[in-house]
Each structure stands twice: as C-alpha cells, then as structure tokens.
Design a protein around this ligand. Structure first.
Ligand code: DQA
Length: 146
C-alpha cells in the first residue's frame, strides 16, 4: 500500500514564480507540486498537498494528520518557521515523522530567519536547494514513514 504523506506549504508560497524570484526562483507552486507528485510515484508514496496561509489552519491540519492516516509530514512553514510556537507544538504533539524544508538557505539571510522554532521537533531540515529541498525532503519523509 502506498505511504500517505501530507505536504503543507505555508503562507505566501502560493505566490512562488512571481515572489522575490531572485531568492525563491521562478518555479510556481503548481510546478513544484507536479515534481513532488512525480517523485512520490517513483517512491511508492501518495501525497496530499495543501497550501495554508493561516497559522490556526496549519495547526488544525497537523493535529488531524494521524487520524487521517498520514505516515509522515513534509512542511515548509514559511514565515511561521521563525516564531510559531503553536505550529511547533502541533508537530511535537502529532507522533508522525516531520521533515522541514525551505527553498532558500535561511541561515544565509536576515538574522531573524536564522532561527527555526520547528527544527528541534522535526526529524530533520533541508534548506537552501530550491526545488531540491522539497525533493530531498520528500525522500527523507518517505524513508521515515512507517
Ligand atoms: C522560506 C523561508 C522563510 O524565511 C520565508 O518566510 C518563506 C519561505 C523558504 O522556503 O525559503 O516564506 O520558508
């Protein structure tokens, strides 16, 4: 049976392709999702992909992930990465492996982006490789999924 993986894109990632292209690249979110779905097929995984702008919506989605049968979570928390204790607590509360990804290298940018409050409760983090952050993160998530 295919491993079910939940993919959450946080706020403003729906604007990829037009948003700060020198930092985030020219790919749109749909193109990233197509590549994720292609790789998932190869890896024997099935993805459910959502883009959510609200912190509460993300918290709720993570909270119901186990009940909904997801075996792992791949998340780009976007701006929430740096301060959302509520998303961190949701990841800690749901006992499924979580991989945090970022298109840009958050450690090479403004100081306020150097901290991820999510990283310590995630299984791991991939940052700085554009589309490949997501693809590497997906490989890790599938590997961790039971
Ligand atoms: C991001 C990095 C965050 O600092 C930023 O707020 C984002 C995108 C990334 O993918 O590089 O929205 O998570």
């Amino acid at each position: 049976m295919a491993k079910k993986i939940l993919v959450i894109h946080g706020p403003n990632l729906d604007l990829l392709g037009e948003r700060e292209v020198e930092i985030y690249g020219k790919l749109t979110l749909d193109q990233i999702n197509d590549e994720l779905n292609k790789l998932a097929k190869e890896l024997g995984a099935e993805l459910s992909i959502v883009q959510l702008a609200g912190e509460g919506e993300i918290v709720k989605k993570i909270g119901s992930a186990k009940k909904e049968g997801f075996a792992a979570l791949l998340i780009n928390p976007a701006g929430y990465t740096h301060y959302s204790v509520a998303i961190r607590d949701a990841v800690a509360a749901v006992s499924i492996p979580t991989v945090e990804v970022h298109l840009s290298n958050i450690y090479a940018r403004e100081e306020f982006r150097h901290t991820s409050v999510i990283a310590a409760v995630a299984s791991g983090q991939v940052s700085g490789f554009g589309l490949n952050s997501y693809l590497l993160g997906l490989r890790a998530a599938v590997g961790l999924a039971k």
